[in-house]
Design a binder for this molecule. Structure first.
Ligand code: JCF
Length: 672
């Protein structure tokens, strides 16, 4: 063997593991991907030349190996427990009471962490090297998935540091982060492959592959939550044990916290519940563990669950109910959306009686009929969705089922409907002849982030269009107090207020105005980019597609939508009518966008007292900064109010400066 090569291989291995841990475990890349790839290729080259240099812990071994014919069974040396559940604050208080009574203490310390919705696995390190990985199975016997777990990028193949036990069993959860799941599903869909229902199923399916080369291509991530059998010394508290695991290179939850007493547990629960939709992965509750190991041992176990831990579950995000009927709603762009009318159910904390069915393909994919029992999912602020149909309703009489018939003409105006090549949605071609479309256009025009006409709500828009008082957005500016007062539930006072709000809204900004036009795919950010690029409405309307595509965020499709809008005579008519009606905005100059913060990218998160997040973002942009919704290595500063969760964590881990509201206010005073 060539000693120089051995030395180089060892150095490359160590370097690749360091880079890989920084990237996959800490979300904090140290070098560009190309450098990583080059080092990996060099190591592969050396190993090909000197096969004796290739160890099972080599970073080159993460790509998987030849398929197995079956998984071998693994008997867990110590059973893998499940957790008792608490479904309410009272259940949690009862749990705490039992703990305090048994320990005869007035209060205990709990370690809190999110309960990941993934697949439980056990990973054994012998002499610091990964030697075995198994599924939980029935808690007593699992399956040997060592080859698969070796491909999980944030699982160390070799531990580093001092005091590593000779035998160390680490237990934890394997998940697929949400954004990686979305990317993976989108790719599968493009390739015409089967997609996964949710990240949990995708993680389970990926770990169940007999061919670990397939597992290697799945974006799995491991988080340790406890230890099993250990031959060696460990600290005497749960939190300290996990910290020790982390010191040796094993990923643990960044959300973990140690608190005193059950009240603090409930606060932790509430805080994470409010962040649930923004977390990078699915969680289904919070796990609370008595932190002190001596106390844990005193408490012991009941059947399959420890008496020192409990999972406080979140309200279910998926429940079943009956599909009562389907309405067809016509949107701003004519898109006809089938909306499921459901027997009301309580899901993720609110009562739901409608869910979107998206488009005809989705109805077909689900095979859903009216009368079916369906699974409804509502995650965070997302619109409720129908996930699947329950085929086996069990005993009892199921109602008659009827096929869902998609309308062949617009349900509102009777115009033709079309489905364009490559599009999933069916659209009404009626344009502004279609009252449903007109109403949606006006609602958007008047909305807060558009022209911001306070008091012009949905009910009023409905009446104005039905009464024929408004046939285009420009008509809004010609309404009279008398006309308004003639409408249902409009007194003279509210008419006057609305007239004043309409008058006020005439003075706007170019970005708002562009956004308010409701051009397809032109959201707030794109409208801003367009305004900054073209500076005037006329320039924007005259811009050819290739120039439009030169603007940030504008691709060929958006460019085409803008061209289609701009070349429509009726739209041009409305634009002139709006300007004639006195709608105006301050002229922009090429310097706009320049400012003391130009070149910076800010993220605003959490609750602020002195102004809304929107307002803060507007001020930041006025100072020249860009505003973004997620934190990355490119973020210059994060302004975090109370309740900021994952974004603050991410900023901390990336070393992005974080300021609070008071600091921001002081900074603004200096800058503005
Ligand atoms: O995140 C989880 N799904 C999770 C499961 C976290 C824990 O701390 C657990 C667990 C299952 C059993 N702890 C035990 C004892």
């Amino acid at each position: 063997m060539n000693p120089a090569m051995a030395e180089e291989a060892a150095a490359l291995s160590a370097q690749l593991e360091r880079w890989s841990a920084a990237y996959f475990r800490d979300d904090e890349p140290l070098v560009p991907d190309a450098d990583y790839d080059a080092a990996m290729r060099r190591l592969q080259e050396i190993e090909a030349e000197c096969p004796e240099l290739q160890s099972p812990e080599s970073p080159t071994q993460r790509v998987g190996s030849a398929p197995l014919s079956a998984f071998a069974s693994v008997a867990h040396r110590r059973p893998m427990l499940s957790l008792d559940n608490a479904f309410s604050a009272d259940d949690l208080i009862d749990f705490d009471r039992r703990v305090l009574d048994k320990l005869r203490v007035p209060e205990v310390e709990y370690c809190c962490e999110p309960k990941l919705d993934g697949v439980a696995v056990s990973i054994v390190y012998e002499g610091g090297k990964l030697s075995l990985a198994a599924t939980r199975g029935d808690g007593t016997t699992g399956e040997n998935i060592t080859a698969n777990v070796r491909t999980i990028r944030n699982v160390p193949l070799q531990l580093s540091g001092s005091g590593i036990p000779g035998y160390l069993e680490v237990r934890g959860e394997v998940v697929i982060p949400r954004d990686a799941f979305d990317t993976m599903n989108a790719r599968a869909e493009n390739l015409g492959e089967k997609t996964f229902v949710n990240p949990r199923n995708a993680a389970a399916g990926s770990l169940r592959q007999l061919d670990s080369r397939i597992t290697a291509r799945r974006p799995l991530a491991f988080t340790a939550y406890s230890v099993g059998v250990v031959e060696g010394e460990l600290p005497d508290s749960h939190a300290a044990i996990l910290q020790r695991l982390s010191d040796w290179g094993i990923p643990i939850s960044p959300y973990m916290a140690t608190v005193s007493g059950v009240q603090a547990c409930e606060s932790y629960y509430e805080q994470l519940a409010s962040q649930r939709a923004d977390l990078p992965f699915d969680i289904d509750g919070i796990v609370f563990k008595v932190n002190n190991i001596t106390q844990q041992d005193l408490l012991g176990f009941v059947s399959r669950a420890p008496r020192w831990a409990i999972a406080r579950k979140f309200p279910a995000e998926e429940v079943s109910t009956r599909l009562l009927g389907v309405d067809f709603q016509v949107g701003r762009t004519g898109a006809i959306t089938p909306v499921a009318r459901l027997e009301p159910v309580f899901v993720a904390g609110v009562t739901v009686s409608n869910a979107t069915l998206h488009n005809p393909d989705e109805i077909e994919r689900l095979g859903v009929r009216i009368g079916d029992r369906v699974v409804v999912r509502r995650a965070g602020d997302v619109i409720p969705q129908i996930v699947s149909v329950i085929q086996d309703e069990g005993q009892g009489s199921a109602p008659e089922k009827t096929r869902i018939v998609f309308p062949e003409t617009c349900p509102d105006c009777g115009s033709d409907v079309v489905r364009q090549e490559g599009e999933a949605v069916v659209r009404c071609v009626g344009g502004m002849v279609c009252k449903a479309q007109l109403k949606a256009v006006i609602r958007h025009f008047a909305s807060r982030k558009a022209m911001d006409i306070e008091g012009l709500g949905d009910k009023l828009v409905e009446q104005l269009v039905d009464e024929g008082l408004v046939t285009s957005v420009a008509d809004i500016f010609h309404l009279t107090t008398t006309q308004l007062a003639s409408l249902e539930r409009m007194g003279s006072k509210s008419s006057e207020n609305l007239m004043a709000a309409i008058a006020d809204s005439r003075e706007t900004t170019l970005p708002r105005f562009i956004y308010s036009l409701g051009i397809r795919e032109v959201g707030e950010a794109t409208a801003r980019a367009l305004a900054q690029h073209f500076l005037t409405l006329d320039e924007l309307m005259a811009a050819p597609a290739d120039i439009l595509e030169g603007v940030d965020d504008v691709g060929p499709i958006v460019a085409q939508h803008i061209r289609a809008f701009a070349s429509d005579d009726r739209n041009r008519g409305v634009l002139s009518a709006l300007q004639e009606a006195g709608v105006m905005w301050p002229a922009l100059t090429a310097q706009d966008g320049d400012g003391p913060l130009s070149g910076e990218s800010w993220v605003v998160t959490g609750k602020l007292d002195s102004m809304s997040r929107d307002e803060v973002e507007q001020r930041l942009r006025a100072l020249g900064a860009k505003t973004a919704s997620s934190v990355s290595a490119k973020t210059s500063t994060v302004l975090a109010g109370p309740g900021a969760g994952s974004k603050r964590k991410k900023a901390e881990s990336l070393g992005v400066p974080i300021i609070d509201e008071a600091q921001w206010l002081r900074m603004m005073e200096e800058l503005e």
